[in-house]
Design a binder for this molecule. Structure first.
Ligand SMILES: *Cc1c(COP(=O)(O)O)cnc(C)c1O
Length: 360
């Protein structure tokens, strides 16, 4: 067996320890004679898995009691519709468009009401986070929406927008649990787990309790009402049991690593190694304005498409996988999520140095 350094943006690298534990428990989960994939989601065994996962997540993020935690299916993309269906009482919402995921959410919201684009960084290919200190927030906006870490472009909000008293809704898919977060600043904060937490196929949504009501847009399907899911403790229908199980293991791993402050420190150190090299390189350069740089997704280019392709190919041969940039932007992107060890980033930078010597 040989494992590569996997820089994929998602589904992405998981802690090896977690994979090994799952392997050990695969055929016989803790003496029950079956795998987690085979057990009833109504069993005591699974109930414990679900409850423990939620308790550990609450501890990691310090989630207050008046917030519900929902484990939902449909990925982050279904939230683009579920959020307006549940929150757009006035049929008005404000969107800050800092990349493709924010843009998709903004476009989806237009199906349900007036979705205003109140700021954007499209003018410079989403390479920065706009100044959000004094935005033209709509007086009747039901919420203000952001994508906090832009997976494709590699930007991250360093301060949250001033929403002028309006509810803040945030997609944190690609920075979820990468650092501590003050949940009380948000009405809803949610993320697809396949970026920084677990396997694909689930989104975790943390929702302030007073926002979970029967007052949803007419025609909202039962499954799309947050209240349906909240009342049933994420067990209205069969949840993604396997995903909840693996996420639970990752939460335990994060606690063992020292929690989210320790992860932040670790992630800052890792990102610094790569950004410092990019800033001094004669061949490579980062594409994001320094103040907006993400700790999780690091896009870079050589400025020459053929050279980029050569780099990606040779890196792959050297065991550095999935460095090709998103199909819409080209170049390279290294996603260095929680589970990417420092050794992986060091190996990447060493390879980049060697490639630069041979090609610059
Ligand atoms: C990947 C991603 C999504 C889409 O996630 P799916 O689970 O595939 O729907 C949405 N937002 C962000 C920020 C992402 O990185």
């Amino acid at each position: 067996m040989s494992r590569v350094y996997n820089f994929s943006a998602g589904p992405a690298v998981l802690p090896e320890e977690v994979l090994r534990e799952a392997q050990e428990e695969m055929l016989d989960y803790r003496g029950c004679g079956m795998s987690v994939m085979e057990m009833s989601h109504r069993s005591k065994m699974f109930d414990d898995i679900l409850n423990e996962a939620e308790a550990d997540l609450r501890e990691l993020l310090n989630i207050p009691d008046d917030y519900k935690v929902l484990f939902l299916q449909g990925g982050a993309s279904l939230q683009f519709a579920q959020i307006p269906m549940n929150l757009m009482k006035n049929r008005v919402a404000d969107y800050i468009v800092t990349g493709q995921w924010a843009k998709k959410a903004w476009q989806e919201a237009q199906k349900f009401g007036t979705a205003n684009k109140i700021a954007s960084s499209e003018d410079k290919t989403y390479s920065y986070i706009p100044d959000c200190s004094d935005l033209p927030i709509s007086p009747d906006a039901d919420y203000v929406y952001i994508c906090e870490n832009n997976t494709i472009y590699g930007t991250k909000y360093k301060t949250l927008p001033d929403t002028k008293g309006k509810l803040l809704v945030s997609d944190v898919s690609s920075c979820f649990l990468s650092e501590p977060m003050d949940v009380t600043k948000y009405g809803i904060v949610y993320g697809g787990v396949q970026k920084n937490i677990g396997p694909a196929g689930m989104v975790i949504s943390i929702i302030r309790e007073d926002l979970i009501t029967d007052d949803v847009l007419p025609g909202t399907p039962t499954m799309m009402k947050f209240k349906t899911q909240a009342d049933a403790g994420s067990l209205y229908n069969t949840p993604n049991c396997w995903c909840i199980y693996i996420c639970g293991k990752v939460f335990k791993w994060l606690k063992k690593m020292g929690g989210l402050s320790a992860m932040k420190e670790r992630n800052e150190k890792k990102a610094k190694v790569l950004y410092d090299f990019l800033d001094s390189s004669r061949l490579f350069r980062g594409t994001v304005e320094k103040e907006s740089r993400s700790l999780m997704n690091v896009p870079f280019v050589t400025g020459d498409k053929d050279m980029d392709a050569k780099f990606v190919k040779e890196a792959q041969a050297a065991g550095l996988e999935n460095l090709k940039g998103h199909r819409t932007v080209g170049g390279m992107r290294a996603s260095i999520y929680n589970a990417m060890p420092m050794e992986g980033v060091e190996a990447l930078v060493a390879f980049m140095k060697k490639f630069e010597e041979e090609n610059a």
